[in-house]
Structure formats: C-alpha cells, structure tokens
Design a protein around this ligand. Structure first.
Ligand SMILES: Nc1ncnc2c1ncn2[C@@H]1O[C@H](COP(=O)(O)OP(=O)(O)OP(=O)(O)O)[C@@H](O)[C@H]1O
Length: 230
C-alpha cells in the first residue's frame, strides 16, 4: 500500500493536501479539473516537489526523505522525455545502465522489452524517426525496464489520437499488471478510468480525496466533481 499520511505537497506557492491510501497492485486513476493539483500529487509521490508536512510510506517503509531516484517509482510523462541524440536502444537502456555501451545481457533485456511494446527491430532508430505512438512505446519500455514497483503516468498519451490513446493505455496497464506494478495515472477522461482503473482519486483545488471504487465514483461522484464530470 502507498500511504500519503497527512501529506502536504508543494509546487511553488501551491499546496495540495493528501491523506489517503492507494492499494498495491491496482490501477488508480487521478481525476479532477485543470489546475486542481493532479500533477502535484504525482510529483509529490515521486519526490519531485517539496513536501511541507506529513509522510509518504510504501509498504510500511517511510520514503518521505528519499530523493526521486531512490524511490520505488518510475514515471511516464506527456513529452516522453526521450533524449533526441540517443537511439531507442540507448534511451531504453538507460533504465538498466547509465553507460551507453550495454553488455550483451543488457541488450537482450532491452530487445525483449522492445518486442513486448511492439518496437522489435527499431532499436537503432533515433526518436525523431519514430511516430508519436512509437515514441510513447519507447518511453513505456523504459519505464517498465526500470523495474520499480510503482508506475506513475501523467497523461503520457494525451497527444495521441483517441484510438491510439486507448490502445496505449490498454498496453501500458496490461504490461504493468503483468509485472505486478501499482499504477497511478492522471487522466482528464472519465472513460479512461472506466476502462482500466480499479479506483479513482478525485482532486479538487487544494485537496486529493481518498480513492473510491471507479464505478461508484463515476455513477455518483462526490459533490466537488459533479460539474466537472457533467
Ligand atoms: N511554480 C509554481 N508556482 C505557483 N503555482 C504553481 C506552480 N506550478 C504550478 N502551480 C499551480 O499549481 C496548481 C496545480 O498544478 P498541477 O499541474 O498539479 O494541476 P493539474 O491538476 O495537474 O492541472 P492540468 O490538468 O491542467 O495538468 C495550478 O493551479 C498551478 O497554477
């Protein structure tokens, strides 16, 4: 379980309170109006933003003071964060080694994950020679290969068309679940939550609410989200 224990996350002058528990091994969607603090919540869990008070615990271990690289967290961003001058193999390989010359076993691991995300044979390409969807697949491969227990997704597929977005969401959740990951994903689209999420965290300005079962949240949303969900 990931426990935000009376946590107060900051982003500049903005503060978001989160006092909630997220079940391990499940998919939890984070929904709320623009600017309410969804990215602040993910950034706080990842350790990117300062935490003003409270604690964050993962499986009973206090990770509040750990820097991002030491947290059990990988993150998928909207812009994919691929290095333009590195090949797909090198970009994905960064998950296992900071050296660009990978060992044979490391290359085998990268090739295996590239196959799984549908990029088999494209390891020598630069990101610019991939389509938007293929770039998303490369970023997904890197996040999966990082082998961290929690995968945070901050609308990584929002720039893709609706069909491709749904396909990538399904693929990410399928592979993350197969790897036993806990997925926490920001989305603006209730249909995404209905499609893949076990639970929903509603974020209203300044506060992230405890997760609710997805079907219940969408059928009868808390007052603060009725206008937003329409
Ligand atoms: N450096 C900063 N200083 C002050 N306020 C900030 C800073 N960065 C972000 N904010 C504010 O923090 C609030 C939460 O931002 P955040 O990006 O977490 O919202 P969000 O729900 O993810 O939004 P969106 O859906 O539009 O991506 C916003 O109101 C934003 O204006």
């Amino acid at each position: 379980m990931l426990w935000c224990d009376q946590a107060m996350f900051g982003q500049g002058t903005y503060e978001l309170s989160a006092d909630l528990k997220i079940e391990a091994g499940k998919v939890t969607a984070v929904i709320g109006p623009s600017g309410s603090g969804k990215s602040t919540l993910l950034g706080g869990i990842a350790g990117f933003h300062p935490q003003h008070s409270g604690r964050v615990l993962w499986k009973d271990a206090d990770i509040t003071l750990l820097p991002p690289q030491n947290r059990p967290v990988s993150m998928l961003f909207q812009d994919n964060n691929l290095f333009p001058h590195l090949t797909v193999m090198q970009n994905v390989g960064l998950a296992v080694s900071s050296r660009l010359r990978l060992t044979v076993p490391q290359r085998d691991r990268v090739n295996a994950i590239l196959d799984r995300v549908g990029l088999g044979g494209l390891g020598d390409r630069l990101p610019a020679a991939l389509s938007g969807g293929q770039q998303s697949r490369a970023a997904l491969a890197r996040a999966l290969l990082q082998d961290r227990e929690i995968m945070l997704m901050d609308e990584p597929f929002s720039a893709l068309g609706p069909g491709l977005k749904a396909e990538m969401l399904d693929l990410s959740v399928e592979l993350a679940k197969a790897a036993g990951r806990t997925v926490i994903m920001v989305t603006h689209d209730p249909a995404d939550a209905a499609r893949v999420a076990d639970a929903v965290i509603g974020v209203a300005p300044g506060i992230a609410f405890a997760p609710a079962v997805t079907s219940q949240f969408l059928r009868d949303p808390p007052e603060a989200f009725k206008d937003y969900l329409g």
